[in-house]
Design a binder for this molecule. Structure first.
Ligand code: TA6
Length: 287
């Protein structure tokens, strides 16, 4: 495929192939393995995404940071028969389209999922990435098989926070949530208008609406469509030590706010039906 002037291919020394974008409005990098965005930076803003410096970009393993795509299940396989966070993080996607304009660059990638023992269904998954003053992603699932299936999914986005103590998340007030660290507790209600992270945090919020991540140097607005749940995750001290490709103190520098369909928010598709999970990230001010 002929690429537009601001789009190029790059092979990491470890072997992974990337699509690089250098546009007058923003720069970005997408790894074909997992259609995994590892970098986005609007001109005049700080980088929007965080990747651990311990990441070795080894083929066959999900990159620790950026925007991993969890599909067709979020978290552990429902019956414990497949890899965590689904089947496509380590799959090589194909680049179907790349175009540019004064407003930015559009990349379209896709992967075909054939029936396998742990997920006996057929689907086509497409990711559209709009790189410009903001970053927009649209993850579309099409049921290409002959039987309905249910899926859970997440855009598992890692944001940089410089210092976790100074990070604030707004927008969750009055949302119900389940604490994945205390599964027996049941549904809780968020009362904080502005959330601080002061311990290991792994929650599935049920709801939809504008969210924001605020740090001393950056404000990021998060607007989603087709999502009825959001995962908030920071591994804190103990779990950081157990995570692959993650430094012991990396919890101080990152926070995951994951636009999803998970928990009680599952998507069921009949043959031929489609669903689109979309999110837009916009950096506003500071530095
Ligand atoms: O989104 C939160 C979570 O499900 C955590 O429980 C933790 O497992 C995290 O995802 C990272 O998962 P990974 O498979 O990328 O190490």
């Amino acid at each position: 495929m002929k690429l537009p002037p601001s789009v190029s291919r790059y092979q990491h020394p470890a072997g992974l192939e990337f699509i690089r974008v250098e546009h007058s409005l923003a720069s970005a990098s997408v790894c074909l393995q997992g259609a995994h965005l590892t970098h986005f930076q609007a001109v005049g803003a700080l980088p929007l995404l965080w990747v651990s410096e311990a990441e070795d970009y080894r083929p066959g393993k999900a990159i620790r940071g950026g925007i991993p795509i969890c599909w067709p299940w979020f978290g552990p396989h429902p019956a414990g028969q497949g890899p965590a966070h689904g089947l496509v993080r380590d799959r090589c996607w194909q680049l179907d389209h790349a175009s540019e304009s004064a407003e930015g660059v559009v990349l379209q990638l896709s992967v075909v999922q054939e029936p396998v023992d742990c997920w006996p269904y057929a689907a086509r998954l497409q990711l559209a990435v709009h790189i410009g003053r903001s970053l927009r992603l649209q993850l579309t699932t099409e049921n290409t098989g002959h039987q309905a299936f249910s899926l859970s999914q997440a855009l598992h986005t890692y944001f940089p926070v410089q210092s976790i103590e100074q990070a604030r998340v707004t927008g969750f007030a009055q949302w119900h949530y389940r604490d994945s660290l205390s599964p027996g507790v049941g549904l809780l209600t968020e009362t904080a208008d502005s959330l601080e992270i002061q311990a290991e945090t792994d929650r599935i919020y049920q709801g939809s609406g504008p969210l924001a991540l605020d740090t001393p140097r950056q404000h990021i607005d998060i607007v989603s469509q087709g999502s009825g749940s959001v995962v908030l995750w920071n591994p804190w001290i103990e779990k950081s030590r157990r995570l692959s490709n993650f430094r012991d103190d990396d919890y101080l520098r990152m926070l995951c706010i994951e636009t999803a369909n998970c928990g009680d928010d599952l998507i069921t598709l009949a043959p031929g039906q489609r669903h689109c999970l979309a999110v837009e990230y916009r950096c506003a001010g500071k530095i």
